[in-house]
Design a binder for this molecule. Structure first.
Ligand code: SAH
Length: 466
């Protein structure tokens, strides 16, 4: 067997990144874009001692789980990984992924996990769900200015202004920006030469309010004729906020540190509704949020309502309870919980997010909360005296999980319950092991699919003191 050989194999399993896994001649092969149950012809791209990578060439026999991807670019674009899988199979994959990580990486017993794990909460419509998109701007081979998405594992841009995970208005915004750039000779940033102006267009849409925010990330101070661009964008129905963010660094981080409003308001608003956690129907009560361009806000609002309602349910709050909400962003979870608690402390590292969180408390008439800027692991040490002993700690860290110091402090203050919300079940499993070795046990686990067509999922875990 050697590189470029064609092999025929049946896909029997799926890896954590969504790649199909099959065996050929006693070797394991990873075949991207192949689905469990497919028999495929694949070309060997890379060979290791007992495994290899192969590229899907032809589907000989399609799996019953296979569907026709709705997007033309499903295979090449880095955004989606499993569009070729029917949605029920996607959910089953996510359930297995969380379960597998808890068992393999967390070292929890299979029977234990199977006993406490609830079925992943799926979406009603697994398309058009994203309220935020960040489109890189560049040039195609013909030199034309384009907007789109990065191809998998690269920074070459696939031109596409109407991604089916996003909202339809993205296309109108992008076409307006691209048209303006052509009309006024405004350049696109080139990552290789570090020259050119417009790097990214960030678009956010409030599903409840229908308000639109556009933020242009540029390698410079201003866009030539930016008032004309603002006027053109301002005509789009629902436009509320247009800003320019300056990023002159040679970096993969999209946003730079300064943002200047060029039209309308500095923020948009959105609202999230409480849901019943048996049927996940809305039960009326809503919380309103203001959102600045540089702050984190969950990208799938329909599923976020289910996730936060689950957090509230898992937290089992009484009006006597003190809650710490660590990694609180703009106070989304804090405010969702505050109505059922005595006091909520929110901690977050981005200052603008804490400014939004404080404003959000006012917007909702909630006064039993306080918010602090800083790294969770540092604030917990420096300011612990000013925070009342928690009955419940909620954590919702970024993909890399909780800082070790943060986990240590949690174990030291020993709250009754911990609710861990995670967007990466691998780092979740690692942190749960630390918490469980420190005197806690997992009571419940449930995935919430925030990211249909991709391999990503949120997970909500309730821990109790042993
Ligand atoms: N709970 C919020 C935000 C979750 S995203 C929500 O659901 O909307 C994770 C947040 O953690 C981000 O806002 C990020 O800025 C923040 N963050 C990252 N590292 C942090 C740290 N060390 N300490 C506190 N917050 C941190």
């Amino acid at each position: 067997m050697k590189k470029n050989d064609l092999i025929e194999l049946t896909i029997e399993d799926i890896g954590t990144d969504g790649e199909g896994i099959g065996r050929y001649d006693n070797m394991t092969f990873f075949v991207k874009d192949a689905v469990i149950g497919d028999t495929v012809l694949a070309k060997i791209m890379k060979l290791k001692k007992n495994y290899g990578y192969a590229r899907l060439v032809e589907i000989k026999e399609a799996s019953p789980k296979r569907v026709e991807p709705r997007c033309l670019y499903a295979r090449s674009c880095g955004g989606c990984q499993i569009q070729q899988m029917d949605y029920q199979s996607q959910l089953a994959f996510k359930q297995r992924k969380i379960r597998g990580n808890l068992i393999r990486l967390g070292g929890f017993a299979e029977e234990y996990i199977d006993d406490i794990m609830e079925p992943v909460v799926g979406m009603e419509e697994p398309y058009f769900y994203r309220n935020k998109a960040q489109f890189p701007i560049g040039r195609n081979a013909e030199g034309e200015i384009i907007a789109g998405f990065y191809a998998g594992r690269t920074h070459s841009i696939i031109a596409n202004t109407d991604c089916i995970l996003g909202v339809p208005v993205n296309k109108q915004v992008l076409e307006t920006v691209l048209g303006f750039m052509r009309d006024y000779g405004v350049s696109a940033y080139d990552e290789n030469t570090k020259k050119g102006l417009v790097r990214h267009v960030l678009i956010r849409y409030g599903f409840d309010t229908k308000e639109i925010m556009v933020c242009l990330v540029i390698n410079g101070k201003r866009i030539p004729e930016e008032t004309i661009l603002a006027a053109r964008l301002g005509e789009i129905e629902g436009m509320k906020s247009i800003s320019v963010n300056v990023n002159r660094e040679n970096t993969n981080v999209i946003l730079g540190s300064t943002t200047r409003v060029i039209w309308g308001e500095p923020v948009i608003h959105d609202a999230l509704y409480l849901r019943d956690t048996t049927d996940f129907k809305r039960v009326g009560k809503k919380t309103v949020y203001q959102i600045s361009p540089e702050c984190f806000y969950q990208v799938n609002p329909m599923q976020t309502e289910k996730l936060y309602s689950l957090v509230l349910d898992y937290a089992e709050l009484t009006k006597e309870d003190i809650v710490w909400d660590l990694y609180c962003g703009i106070g989304t979870i804090s405010l969702f919980l505050a109505r059922s608690a005595k006091w909520v402390y929110g901690v977050e590292v981005v200052p603008q997010a804490i400014a939004d969180a404080k404003e959000n408390a006012k917007l909702n008439g909630i006064s039993n909360v306080s918010f602090m800027v800083g790294k969770a692991e540092e604030v917990l040490i420096d300011k612990k005296e000013s925070m009342q002993q928690p009955d419940v700690i909620v954590v919702d860290p970024p993909r890399k999980g909780c800082d070790g110091e943060c986990l240590k402090t949690m174990l030291k203050v020993r709250p009754e319950r911990i609710v861990y919300v995670s967007c990466d079940s691998a780092t979740l499993a690692r942190d749960l092991r630390v918490l469980c070795d420190g005197g806690y046990e997992i009571v419940k686990v449930r995935g919430v699919d925030q990211f249909g067509q991709t391999v990503h999922t949120e997970t909500c875990v309730l821990l109790g003191r042993k």
